[in-house]
Design a protein around this ligand. Structure first.
Ligand code: ARG
Length: 886
């Protein structure tokens, strides 16, 4: 059996060219363009001066020593030795490469230069550590020696990079190789203080690679055991080829302070191996920008390769990127890479000599990025660290993206994704991006680039310790499930265009749909809101010729009553039982009710007769002969009332006893609603539109909170009811928000009390006149992009004429909508108030539901009032659906 020397403590430092066989002598020359501002001598051949070797005498020196003694051995000894060699199992020489940090030692710039006395002294001082390094290692007997190759600035002290040479039977070598990096990384407590305090230790098996030994300044012969030679097995081995020229590598040590760019360039190289050891201050990472890379043989890694490592030793598992045969150059950088720590090793090896600039790059120190975090915004982007530079190895980032408002979804668009080496189907094991629980690492098809997630959304990016790529760039947007073209016109192909572009004479939709149904009037005619053309002369007469009073004009002279559309009325037309103004203002505030023929605008009593009085219901005066106008009036009162909504104020307890908060498990408050009977709520249809991820239409997902003022966790005194069913208006149009109304039936009836009361539903003839002050209430956000209110907010808003509102909103206000607000802005409902009530106090001191919070451009903006669903348009539908329970 073959044995190794017992002693592993080598007293001799391998600092001369002809010492310990752990580092062999080699010489060579290369012509390099000098790197700028190098801290250490810019060029030097890699040789044993690059390192201090400690440890046991190597096997080849031991062999030489044995051979030296040979003449004195008796013949039997020679025979025994020969037999020993013949019978011992095959063995090989291999290396581990590692790094360790000593917090109580400090880094200085002289330590980057391995020829400096400081380097040598520091290395010698650490001899003790390395001689004990493998003492409790299961394979310690195979350790020959170790060498320190470089120092760098550690997070706490001094980082030392070293290699350790082993000679062991092949099976042991295999076992060591297979043992995971974690096992090798195991912290072995030493006996002395320096060793005990060492930290961040990592050690890896060094894969046999042509360049590895050359770059470590070691004799490639050392890699071969006597029994088998790679030279024979591999005729292309670098040693057997054209480069058998003795010493073949050049090494540069470069340091860049923050703000400096240091250049790396290779012109007319004379050697096959080059390396640049790049360092930046602690707390920074190295960014390498490759500007040119010439002379490539496409697709081949044999002729030359450029590698970047996330370590100061050429370890296979620390390769950040490698290029072979890339015919690249140009004005823009070819590649930008980032390290995970404050060092990077760049190596270049090639087999054929070439003239001209082969490689040009620079590097810089950039602050170490903190990745991940929580964002809550309407839109934004998320990218891999340092994008579009290559992301660093060994990094984990977690992001949480939250829509600023409950009920909103997140649409994520994958703009670029480059994470995995080559597309593979077998999962994402190395680097991956997890979006909402699904791992991505391969390119994605165009159709799956856009995805919708519920809020909050978690993303996690992981990169392992080697091979990095460009990474990813994502754009996200929070959107309301209301529709894909909210408040815009939707073309046939799904594109959204602003409403003002509809009927402007220019086809904006590819299918021309925006100009398809546009009326045009002849000169001298005006276009009424209903699309009909009427002669201009019809202005300022007692009856507007536009049925919808859509025409505008200025009326000179005195009028007894002026309708909001400037139509003048004589005294005889006011309170005559005939409605002349579109808003019925000429028949409001009349004391007498006329029985009259029924029209759409007249109140119809239960007996089928109609009264001319505007809003006769529940006003305390019996107007119908059958008294039906004063029946069902147990609504709209605030028994408890003794006394944001944006620009609003806190509501007193019991002020708005019909206000309901609609909540969902996990999401909390989503929408408002109004209690209209002991079983029924009214809300907005847009609150119940399903998305890919959330089934808002599922009644079981909702809980109705009543009698509540302060929204906190827990029920806080509220009466909570599950929802039995949700009836969304069948004509609800998510693109225009038309018919934005829904009825919710409670699972069990409510009992009314001081804090819980129903509001009155207006008769379909009920008129809420322009200029009337009404109130909107809710827990919606207090300002655009703000937070939900914890206390119920109330705001007083004025009813705005619909045609005025339509001008402000490019005709997006349909006859089923009602505008209310303040033209100056400052007061409005906002996100989270949706579905909630707009109520007005009527003559009988009862509150009526005039509107349902539906939409608006932004919130509380000037000339952008809130738009509500006009409840009177749905009175009949409500009675039908609730079978008269409301
Ligand atoms: N759609 C919004 C919601 O879901 C309500 C918007 C009201 N906007 C306004 N400016 N009044 O809560």
């Amino acid at each position: 059996m073959r044995t190794l020397p017992n002693s592993k403590t080598c007293e001799v430092y391998c600092v001369s060219r002809h010492g310990n066989s752990c580092c062999s002598a080699a010489q060579g020359e290369g012509e390099l363009k000098e790197p700028t501002q190098s801290l250490s001598p810019p060029t030097k051949p890699v040789d044993q001066a690059d390192q201090v070797v400690v440890g046991a005498p190597g096997r080849s020196s031991w062999r030489r020593w044995m051979l030296g003694l040979l003449p004195f051995f008796p013949l039997t000894a020679i025979i025994a030795l020969t037999l020993h060699y013949l019978t011992s199992p095959p063995s090989s020489v291999f290396f581990l490469g590692g790094s360790v940090e000593f917090p109580n030692l400090s880094f200085s710039s002289e330590l980057t230069d391995s020829t400096s006395p400081q380097f040598r002294l520091q290395a010698q001082a650490l001899n003790h550590y390395f001689s004990e390094l493998y003492d409790s290692y299961p394979w310690s007997s195979y350790h020959l020696c170790s060498g320190i190759t470089a120092f760098s600035e550690g997070a706490k002290g001094l980082n030392v990079f070293y290699w350790s040479k082993f000679s062991a039977p092949d099976n042991v070598a295999m076992a060591m190789r297979r043992s995971s990096p974690d096992r090798l990384r195991r912290r072995l407590h030493g006996s002395n203080k320096v060793q005990r305090d060492s930290c961040n230790e990592q050690r890896y098996y060094m894969e046999q690679d042509d360049s590895m030994l050359h770059l470590l300044g070691l004799d490639p012969d050392d890699f071969e055991s006597e029994e088998k030679s790679d030279k024979i097995k591999n005729p292309n081995n670098i040693q057997s080829g054209k480069w058998q020229l003795g010493f073949q590598a050049m090494s540069f040590d470069l340091y860049a302070k923050y703000g400096n760019n240091r250049t790396l360039s290779l012109v007319s190289p004379k050697k096959p191996y080059y390396q640049w050891r790049l360092r930046v201050p602690s707390g920074h990472v190295v960014r390498l920008v490759i500007l040119t890379l010439h002379g490539a043989t496409p697709g081949s890694c044999t002729s030359h390769k450029l590698s970047a490592y996330d370590f100061l030793l050429p370890l296979q598992n620390k390769i950040i990127a490698r290029w072979c045969g890339l015919p690249v150059s140009g004005s823009s950088p070819v590649m930008k890479l980032t390290s995970s720590g404050n060092v990077m090793l760049v190596t270049f090896s090639f087999s054929r000599q070439r003239d001209g600039a082969i490689f040009k790059a620079y590097f810089q120190a950039i602050p170490k990025a903190v990745c991940g975090g929580s964002v809550s915004s309407w839109n934004g982007s998320i990218s891999s660290p340092y994008y579009p530079s290559y992301y660093p190895p060994n990094i984990d980032c977690t992001w949480t993206v939250q829509a600023p408002m409950p009920g909103y979804l997140i649409s994520m668009t994958i703009m670029t994704i480059d994470i995995q080496d080559s597309p593979s189907s077998d999962g994402c094991e190395k680097d991956w991006l997890d979006i909402g629980g699904a791992k991505l690492c391969n390119p994605v098809s165009d159709s799956s680039k856009k995805r919708v997630y519920s809020s909050p959304l978690s993303l996690h990016f992981h990169s392992d310790e080697s091979l990095t790529h460009k990474g990813f760039y994502l754009l996200y947007r929070a959107f309301s499930p209301e529709g894909t073209c909210p408040r815009q016109f939707r073309c046939g192909d799904g594109h959204c265009i602003p409403l003002r572009k509809v009927c402007d004479g220019i086809k904006d939709c590819s299918d021309g749909r925006d100009e398809a149904k546009c009326a045009s009037c002849r000169p001298g005619e005006v276009l009424c809101g209903n699309g009909q053309c009427k002669p201009q002369s019809s202005q300022c007469v007692s009856q507007s010729s536009c049925d919808d009073s859509g025409e505008e004009g200025t009326c000179a002279g005195k009028c007894y009553h002026v309708c909001p559309n400037k139509v003048c009325l004589p005294k005889s037309s006011v309170c005559d039982g005939v409605t002349d103004c579109k808003d019925r203002s000429d028949e409001l505030n009349c004391t007498r009710a006329y029985l009259k023929g029924c029209s759409l605008s007249s109140y119809k009593c239960a007996n089928g007769k109609c009264v001319s009085k505007v809003n006769p219901e529940c006003d305390g005066i019996k107007d119908c002969f059958d008294g039906s106008d004063e029946l069902r009036c147990g609504c709209g009162t605030r028994p408890r009332k003794r006394t944001k909504i944006v620009g609003g104020s806190d509501a007193g307890a019991g002020s708005w006893p019909w206000q309901v908060s609609l909540q969902m498990d996990h999401y909390g408050h989503v929408c408002g609603a109004t209690l209209v009977s002991n079983r029924w709520l009214i809300s907005a249809a847009h609150c119940f539109q399903d998305t890919d991820t959330i089934k808002y239409s599922d009644a079981r997902a909702w809980r109705a909170y009543m009698g509540m003022r302060v929204m906190t966790t827990g029920n806080n005194g509220a009466a909570i009811r599950p929802v039995r069913r949700i009836l969304v208006h069948p004509q609800y149009d998510q693109f225009t928000s038309d018919y934005d109304i829904a009825l919710l039936e409670l699972s069990t009836p409510m009992f009314f009390n001081d804090l819980v009361q129903p509001v009155c539903i207006p008769a379909s003839s009920h008129s809420f006149a322009t200029g009337t002050t009404c109130y909107v209430t809710g827990w919606g956000v207090l300002m655009e992009d703000g937070e939900l209110a914890t206390r119920l907010q109330e705001a007083s808003v004025k009813i705005i004429n619909r045609s005025t509102c339509n001008k402000l909103y490019d005709d997006a206000v349909t006859p089923r909508m009602l505008c209310a607000g303040n033209m100056q802005g400052g007061v409005d409902a906002c996100q989270g108030d949706s579905g909630g009530p707009l109520v007005c106090l009527e003559h009988g001191r009862k509150w009526f539901l005039a509107g349902i919070v539906s939409w608006g451009e932004g919130c509380a903006r000037q000339n952008r009032p809130g738009v509500y669903t006009q409840v009177v348009k749905f009175t009949d539908w409500i009675h039908q659906q609730t079978k008269g329970q409301v």
